[in-house]
Design a protein around this ligand. Structure first.
Ligand code: ADP
Ligand code: NI
Length: 206
């Protein structure tokens, strides 16, 4: 994952792992969480992502299975990790209905936290640049606050994407999609920081 500059690099993985550790520590009161599953899922979650991996979906699954076999991960753990890694991504909201294991919820929240707050702002502009999108285009209307993705889609006619709008399309929706109590709490703090940033940004470009 070296040489990746949109915020999906090795250091993203380590941040996700640390977010997951925080959530795990405060959510594991019933001692039902399997740390090995969480740790492996965090470390592997972006390796076979369609954004970076150019092979087929089946080939991408094989890459992860090969890594886990090499380090002798038990087969039931491999299965649990694969279910998480294959179903945790945002994918335009498509995966929202797939029920994740408790470990999966921790990992998904941990990954989403890295899309929020100061780090989330930095990653959004890095990714926006990679996608050749302008930071902000005043001719594109700023979307109103949306309740869900359906509303986002309905509200847009023809429009050129810009990164400021990405906050309204996705990043500001994430706090309500967190699946763990701790994740929600951490997300709320980061959400407020992003709202402050957007307010200041729009004030400056007025
Ligand atoms: P997931 O982590 O669920 O796979 P993505 O890969 O789409 O979701 O998002 C990961 C990161 O990339 C986030 O920080 C997100 O803000 C950023 N990102 C994704 N799409 C865009 C976009 N169109 N503009 C700016 N940032 C984006
Ligand atoms: Ni990720």
């Amino acid at each position: 994952m070296y040489g990746e500059y949109t915020g999906h690099d090795y250091f993203h993985v380590i941040r996700v792992l640390e977010n997951a550790r925080k959530i795990y520590i405060s959510e594991n009161t019933k001692k039902d969480l399997n740390w090995e599953v969480i740790e492996l899922s965090c470390l592997l979650h972006d390796i076979a992502d369609h954004k970076f991996f150019k092979g087929t979906e089946e080939e991408s699954k094989q890459v992860l299975i090969k890594i886990m076999n090499k380090i002798k991960v038990q087969s039931d753990t491999v299965e649990k990790v694969m279910h998480i890694v294959n179903n945790m991504s945002f994918k335009g909201g498509k995966n929202e209905k797939i029920e994740l294991s408790h470990e999966g919820k921790v990992v998904r929240d941990a990954d989403r936290l890295d899309a929020l707050g100061a780090v989330g702002i930095a990653r959004a502009f890095a990714t926006g640049s990679y996608l050749k999108r302008p930071i902000y285009n005043p001719e594109n209307k700023i979307p109103k606050k949306f309740k869900n993705l359906e509303e986002v889609k309905k509200a847009y006619g023809i429009y050129e994407a810009n990164t400021i709008n990405h906050f309204y399309e996705k990043l500001l929706l994430l706090k309500d999609l967190m699946l763990t109590k701790t994740g929600k709490k951490l997300a709320l703090k980061r959400h407020k920081y992003m709202e402050g940033f957007l307010k200041e940004f729009l004030q400056e470009v007025k």
